[in-house]
Design a binder for this molecule. Structure first.
Ligand code: NAD
Length: 482
């Protein structure tokens, strides 16, 4: 059944001003249209920002505990609908139902965490040479926040932006991915139902709305998750006077040293590379393996890759769902073809998923290649799919040099039984997150998450963890004399 999604602007649910729409098809069966959403015009975006500007002062003046209560109620509503939403998420985005359930239940948990931030925000006082003056900071809301999200965690990444923004007293204009408008609507509808006043959260859908939103000078800051190229365009458009929080792409390595527990290392590599069909920003496409254990590790990872079950995410036993679009399937084919032409060898997969359940979907087989090396796109770029290349390295020195030889710095893993090697890897890897004997994928809601180098913005890079609220507030210093 197709769901019609509308923009949320002020107290109205509206189609695009010119009636244009975007269709989203089920990636496991593209004969089904899952959702139809507005392709918003510049006028729609302007109206959404106007609604946010008008609603923000009253929301900022709402007691923090009342703001928290709205987020708590929205969390309850989402938790109550988690199963239904998880099924819609699988239909719209494609991830297996177990992963969709995990996302649908993590989203309310995160909203509860941010609800608490509304009452936990703290400024500071400062010793002063000006006798009698009280010097302190006040934390005011940023104002109007633009939240722009990708399709791969359409609920949770949006909640990670909208939750803290609302907790701090901001109004928001939310632009979900055009591939997952229904998930954006489900989140926004829960907040509206929870009692969020009209105009405090506005939603505009479509491909072009993001650029229009960023261009509107009344938007005080943009929190964005998506590709590095889009992030760079947003940063440039915002200029120096408006705030950017950018969570961008990665090219994440897993290093396996000669002393690693190889069974555990194979599990780490398989999870890092093939979970969510490789469509996680924290997924790993580069596996750097010590010469001595290369063949043994490849064999164990290959066994794990062969055991994965490719298919529609709502089918029992499926571990690996479709890719997001037909273009993504074509991109995998091109990366593999180029690598093979350059001397790499396919060990597992390397082709489009075929079979009775796969013919109408965008499926690509989990793919393991050996003989990968710098100069191949497989190694140099973010692949964003279930295609992984294994490279040989002599030792930790070479592994670190190769792992760091990338403009990205999101996450990295090292498999070793040596504490000294683990400590050195953690100290010298240039990535925002580092995992020892753990897959590159996954987050902890209470620990900082953010990339360095071209994987994020330098300032305000933390989402999650104690720094979450920094982006959403402006600290101002007051010298209070009597
Ligand atoms: P994308 O950059 O193509 O799109 C992201 C969002 O930006 C979408 O809503 C899109 O419509 C919008 N957009 C496109 N052009 C815009 C513009 N000029 N101005 C404003 N908005 C614009 O990314 P995607 O394909 O949706 O997502 C995949 C990418 O996201 C990968 O690179 C992945 O690594 C990255 N990602 C990063 C993280 C992280 O936390 N670092 C998490 C998930 C995904």
């Amino acid at each position: 059944m197709t769901v019609e999604v509308l923009n949320r602007i002020g107290d109205e649910l509206r189609p695009a001003s010119d009636g244009a729409v975007v269709e989203r098809r089920n990636p496991a069966d593209h004969r089904q249209v899952v959702s139809v959403a507005p392709e918003s015009t510049a006028e729609d975006v302007r109206d959404a920002v106007s609604a946010a500007v008008a609603a923000q002062p009253a929301w900022a003046a709402t007691p923090p505990s009342a703001r928290a209560a709205v987020l708590e109620r929205a969390a309850d509503i989402l938790a109550g609908r988690a199963e239904e939403i998880a099924r819609e998420l699988t239909a719209e985005e494609g991830k297996p139902l177990a992963d969709a359930r995990a996302e649908a239940s993590r989203t309310p948990t995160n909203l509860r965490l941010y609800a608490g931030e509304a009452v936990r925000l703290t400024g500071a006082t400062f010793p002063s040479d000006d006798g009698g003056a009280l010097v302190y900071t006040r934390l005011d809301p940023l104002g109007v926040v633009g939240a722009i999200t990708p399709w791969n965690f359409p609920l949770n990444l949006a909640a990670r932006k909208i939750g803290p923004a609302l907790a701090a007293g901001n109004a928001v204009v939310f632009k979900p991915s055009p591939h997952t408008p229904l998930m954006g609507e489900r989140l926004a509808a829960a907040l509206a139902e929870a009692g969020l006043p009209p105009g405090v959260l506005n939603v505009v859908h479509g491909f072009a709305a993001g650029a229009a939103l960023v261009a509107d000078e009344r938007v005080d800051g943009v929190t964005f998750t998506g590709s590095t190229a889009t992030g760079a365009a947003i940063h440039a458009a915002l200029g120096p006077h408006r705030r950017a929080q950018l969570e961008l792409g990665g090219n994440n390595p897993v290093v396996v040293l000669a002393d690693a527990d190889l069974d555990r290392a194979a599990a780490v590599v398989a999870a890092s590379s093939f979970n969510l069909s490789g469509q996680a920003c924290t997924g790993a496409g580069r596996i750097l393996v010590a010469e001595e254990v290369h063949d043994e590790l490849v064999e164990r990872v290959a066994a794990r890759a062969r055991a994965l079950v490719l298919g529609p995410g709502d089918r029992e036993g499926v571990t690996t769902g479709p890719l997001v679009t037909e273009d993504a399937v074509k991109a995998m084919a091109a990366v593999v073809e180029e690598a093979v032409a350059d001397g790499a060898e396919v060990v597992v997969g390397g082709r489009r998923g075929e079979g009775p359940d796969l013919e109408h979907g965008w499926f690509w087989e989990p793919t393991l290649l050996v003989g990968a090396r710098p100069g191949m796109r497989l190694v140099d770029e973010e692949v964003f799919g279930p295609v992984v290349g294994v490279e040989r390295v002599a030792d930790l020195d070479e592994a670190l040099a190769r792992a760091n030889d990338t403009p990205y710095g999101l996450t990295a893993a090292c498999c070793t039984t040596s504490l000294a090697a683990a400590q050195r890897f953690a100290a010298e890897i240039r990535a925002g997150m580092c995992r020892i004997n753990r897959p590159t994928v996954g987050t902890a809601a209470n620990a900082p998450f953010g990339g360095i180098k071209r994987s994020g913005s330098g300032a305000f890079k933390e989402q999650l963890g104690p720094g979450t609220m920094d982006f959403h507030v402006t600290a101002r210093t007051v010298f209070l004399g009597s």
